[in-house]
Every structure is written in structure tokens, then in C-alpha cells.
Design a binder for this molecule. Structure first.
Ligand code: IPM
Ligand code: MG
Length: 370
């Protein structure tokens, strides 16, 4: 079915390779049992790429990512690379992929599975049934703004600088994705910035409002300061449908939203570029969790965020909604059956390793398709 499509897999560092092994198991099953196979290539990103090539992403790997129909990434980083020069840090590999592939729309859904309601640190009634989508701008803002750097001043002090900068078209294109997504959901967009203190926030708010007036009057739009949004996310998260925000606020708000679901180990993401004339859209899928060096190699990692990222890939890059549903249903059923990795463990449930979680997902897929 999709065998002429190619997927580049970048497991990365820390728990990245462990969770990716389980995703490969699911991908193989899909290929063998459902005819949804891809040409798969695997390469290095992050600290492991630095060890081999002296950079966090080799040019050749970058080229492969540009050519791929989709990229699936694990995680990057680890304490052994903390003291590297900034330009060599593992994170630079990920940021280069985002920037050079121009993946401006980062979709981070936060869905609370019924079985995991009690894994959240919030009261069940606050998070039960939660389904929100954070859309984070991913290629601009303070992550990439110039000037940046650390300066030594003549008086002996040092000056650290980063620049928050947005162009109106950068705001418009990510806001457009938010409105389009909201139309497929509950038709509500909350745009979040700090227009009370930042000019870039004022401009952001004006651009979102202008696009709304011009093209999306049928979608409900709210504006909310980012600090208030952070507070509202724990006070009453179900008031949201789609949240659209900049790169830095999106980084923070999505970690916060992730914890509503019980664990960072549950949150997938998709990073999408513009659709070209042939209808192709560059895309990278990755779990929101990081490389988790503290639990690496112990079989403790939760592979579900990465499995769910693969499901997002099926849906958004290959239009395989039925197969994506199948994977998501399998995850839901396994959780409903009481199977848990350590991060989402609660009393009375069965704690399993990364590998056993992967195997259990396969058994569930088999059951669902018998
Ligand atoms: C994320 C991560 C990254 C970010 C790091 C690893 C560079 O926290 O994807 O949210 O800050 O964007
Ligand atoms: Mg983050």
C-alpha cells in the first residue's frame, strides 16, 4: 500500500533507541499483517551523531531527512554532552531538522485515556475525557532569533542575549493550521502570548485576529496571556480545544499539558511543514518526552508516546486513518487491561517493562484484527 514511501528513523540518545525498538515492532507488524510497509532507513541524531561525526546531525542525514516522506525521531541529549560547545550540543541536531525542514507547526495533542485518569496528579473530574491540541510554532521566536550569544563586557560582567522575533507571515501560517484543526474538532482556538508586555505578542495577537476576521469567522477565537493559560491548564483544562502559541510558550505549555495526561511518556507530536505543489508535506514525528538519561537501559521507558507518534505519522503523512485508529485503539485497550510502565503505574495494575509493553501492543493488534 505505502511501500513506495520511505521513512527515516532517528532513534537518537537515551531511551530513544529503546522506545524505537518497540515502535519498529509495531511497524513490522503493520507491514506484514496490514500491507502498510515503508522503506525504512535508520540514522543518527544528537549525542550519538556527535560521537561518530563530531556534529549532532551530519549533512548526509539532513539530506536524507529532506528527501524522506516522513521522519520518526526518538529523543536527543544526555549529561555526558552537557559541557559541549553550544553549537555541538545534541539538541542542535533536532533544532536543525526543525529549521531546515521548515516544520513550523508542531501538533501536541494531550488526551487523557480513561484508564489513566488516576495516573494524573490532578483530580479525576478535572482531567477525565480531556482532549486538547497544542499547536506550537516551531521554527522562529526566541529559539532562533538574532542577535543571540554571550558577550564579555569590558567591565568584567557578561551579557547573555536571545531575541524574540516573529514575522507576520510566520504567525499567520501557524494560526491557519490552528483554525483548520479546530474546524475538525470543537471549533475553538485559544491564542496565547504576552501582549501585555511584549511587542511581538501584540503583533501576534493582531495577526491572529486579522486572519480570523478575514477567513475563519466561523471558528471561535479567544486570546489568553501565556501565564494565565498556564494557570487555566491546571485549573480547568477542558475549557480548551486548540491552543496556538509561540515556540517558547509552546515548549512550556505542552510539558504542562503532558502532565495532565498522567505522564510525559504518553504524549506524541507531529511537526509539519507547508504542503508543496505536489501535495507533499515535510513532517517529523517524535514523542514529547526527552532522552531520560536517569532511566536509560533499565527497561523502564514508556514506549507509548513514540508508538502514538507513529500513529500520527500514519494519519498525517500517509492518510492511513484506519491504521492510525487501530494503533490508538490497541494502546487504549492495553491501558484499559491494566498494563502499565513504571511512569503511569498505579496500585492494582500490572507493571511491565518497555519490551513487554511493546509485545502487549502487538498481541492487542492481533486480537483487534482477528
Ligand atoms: C521539546 C524539547 C526541545 C525543545 C529540546 C530537546 C531542544 O524540550 O521538543 O519540547 O526545547 O524544543
Ligand atoms: Mg520541551
Amino acid at each position: 500500500m505505502a511501500s513506495n514511501k520511505n521513512v527515516l528513523i532517528l532513534p537518537g540518545d537515551g531511551i530513544g533507541p529503546e522506545v524505537m525498538t518497540e515502535v519498529r515492532r509495531v511497524m513490522d507488524w503493520m507491514g506484514n499483517q496490514r500491507g502498510v510497509g515503508f522503506e525504512v532507513d535508520e540514522d543518527l541524531v544528537g549525542g550519538c551523531a556527535y560521537e561518530k561525526h563530531g556534529v549532532a546531525l551530519a549533512d548526509e542525514t539532513m539530506d536524507k531527512a529532506q528527501e524522506a516522506d516522513a521522519v520518526l525521531l526518538g529523543a536527543v541529549g544526555g549529561p555526558q554532552w552537557d559541557n559541549l560547545d553550544f553549537s555541538l550540543k545534541p539538541e542542535r541536531g533536532l533544532l536543525r531538522l526543525r529549521k531546515e525542514m521548515d516544520l513550523y507547526a508542531n501538533l501536541r495533542p494531550a488526551i487523557v485515556f480513561d484508564a489513566l485518569v488516576e495516573a494524573s496528579t490532578l483530580k479525576p473530574e478535572i482531567v477525565e475525557g480531556l482532549d486538547i491540541l497544542i499547536i506550537r510554532e516551531l521554527t522562529a521566536g526566541v529559539y532562533f532569533g538574532e542577535p543571540r550569544g554571550i558577550e564579555e563586557l569590558p567591565d568584567g560582567r557578561r551579557r547573555g542575549v536571545n531575541t524574540q522575533v516573529y514575522y507576520s507571515d510566520e504567525v499567520e501560517r501557524v494560526a491557519r493550521v490552528a483554525f483548520e484543526m479546530a474546524k475538525l474538532r470543537n471549533n475553538l482556538v485559544t491564542s496565547s502570548e504576552k501582549a501585555n508586555v511584549m511587542e511581538s505578542g501584540v503583533m501576534w495577537r493582531e495577526e491572529v485576529t486579522r486572519l480570523h476576521e478575514a477567513e475563519y469567522k466561523d471558528v471561535e477565537l479567544n486570546h489568553m496571556y501565556a501565564d494565565n493559560c498556564a494557570m487555566q491548564l491546571v485549573r480547568n483544562p477542558k475549557q480548551f480545544d486548540v491552543i496556538v502559541t509561540d515556540n517558547l510558550f509552546g515548549d512550556m505549555l505542552s510539558d504542562e499539558a503532558a502532565m495532565l495526561t498522567g505522564s510525559l511518556g504518553m504524549l506524541p507530536s507531529a511537526s509539519l511543514g507547508a504542503t508543496d505543489v505536489t501535495g507533499r508535506r515535510k513532517a517529523l514525528y517524535e514523542p514529547v518526552h526527552g532522552s531520560a538519561p536517569d532511566i536509560t537501559g533499565q527497561g523502564l521507558a514508556n514506549p507509548l508516546a513514540c508508538v502514538l507518534s507513529y500513529a500520527m505519522m500514519l494519519r498525517y503523512s500517509f492518510d492511513l486513518g484506519d491504521e492510525a485508529d487501530l494503533v490508538e485503539t490497541a494502546v487504549n485497550n492495553v491501558l484499559a487491561g491494566g498494563i502499565r510502565t513504571a511512569d503511569i503505574m498505579s496500585p492494582g495494575k500490572a507493571k511491565v517493562s518497555t519490551k513487554v509493553m511493546g509485545e502487549t501492543i502487538i498481541r492487542e493488534l492481533e486480537k483487534l484484527t482477528r
